[in-house]
Ligand binder design. Structure first.
Ligand SMILES: C[S@@+](CC[C@H](N)C(=O)[O-])C[C@H]1O[C@@H](n2cnc3c(N)ncnc32)[C@H](O)[C@@H]1O
Length: 178
C-alpha cells in the first residue's frame, strides 16, 4: 500500500472510530438495516470496524458476520478488535466486494455503510455478486451517500435483481428478486 493509502486509512480510522463513536450509536443504523438475531451478514467495506462488533452483538452466537475490505490495514485493525473482544462470530477478510468468495445463497443481509459512493463505477458487478451470495428474499441495506434516494434506487433496481422495499433513517433497503 502506498503512503497515500496509509494516510487515508489513518484519517478514516480517526473519523469513524474516534469521532463517530462520540456522536453516533452504530445500532441506530444496523437495526433499521434489518439485522437480527441469527442472521448471516456481509459487511461491505468495514473499514476500521465501527459497525463490526455491534453487528456481531445483534446477530448473536447463532449468527455470523463476514466483514470485508480491500484495504489490508482495515482488516488488520478489525482482526485486532475481534481478538481483543474475544468474539467468535466474525470473520474479517481482505476481498473485493465483486468477488467475496462466499457461498451461493448463504447470506441474509449485506450492508453497505459509508461505501456505496466508491462502488458506482463497478455497480453492475457488485449487484451480480450480491444476488449470487444472498439467500432468496435476502436484503441489501445501503446508507445513502453521494446520490439522491431516487437515483440510488434506479441504480440498484435497474437490472431487476433487487426491488426497493423502504427507506429507514438514511438507509435504503432492497430485497433480492429471484
Ligand atoms: C469510508 S470507509 C467506511 C468504513 C465503515 N463502513 C464505516 O462506515 O465506518 C469505506 C471502506 O470501503 C472499502 N472499500 C472500497 N472499495 C471496496 C471494494 N471494492 N471492496 C471492498 N471494500 C471496499 C475501503 O477500503 C474503505 O475501508
Amino acid at each position: 500500500m502506498s503512503l497515500h493509502d496509509r494516510v487515508e486509512f489513518w484519517f478514516i480510522s480517526f473519523i469513524h472510530d474516534k469521532l463517530y463513536s462520540l456522536s453516533m450509536n452504530p445500532k441506530k443504523l444496523l437495526l433499521p438495516a434489518g439485522l437480527k438475531e441469527g442472521d448471516n451478514v456481509l459487511e461491505v467495506g468495514c473499514g476500521p470496524g465501527f459497525f463490526t462488533l455491534p453487528s456481531a452483538e445483534i446477530v448473536g452466537d447463532k449468527g455470523f458476520i463476514y466483514a470485508i475490505d480491500i484495504n489490508p490495514f482495515a482488516i488488520r485493525k478489525v482482526k485486532k478488535k475481534i481478538a481483543k473482544a474475544g468474539v467468535k462470530n466474525v470473520k474479517a477478510m481482505i476481498v473485493d466486494v465483486t468477488e467475496t468468495t462466499l457461498k451461493d445463497s448463504s447470506i441474509d443481509i449485506a450492508f453497505f455503510f459509508g461505501v456505496i459512493h466508491s462502488l458506482y463505477s463497478i455497480i453492475d458487478r457488485v449487484i451480480l455478486e450480491m444476488h449470487r451470495i444472498l439467500k432468496d428474499e435476502g436484503i441489501i441495506a445501503i446508507q445513502k451517500s453521494g446520490k439522491s434516494k431516487d437515483c440510488l434506487v434506479d441504480i440498484i433496481t435497474q437490472n431487476n435483481k433487487f426491488k426497493f422495499i423502504e427507506e429507514k433513517k438514511s438507509v435504503l433497503v432492497f430485497q433480492k428478486i429471484e
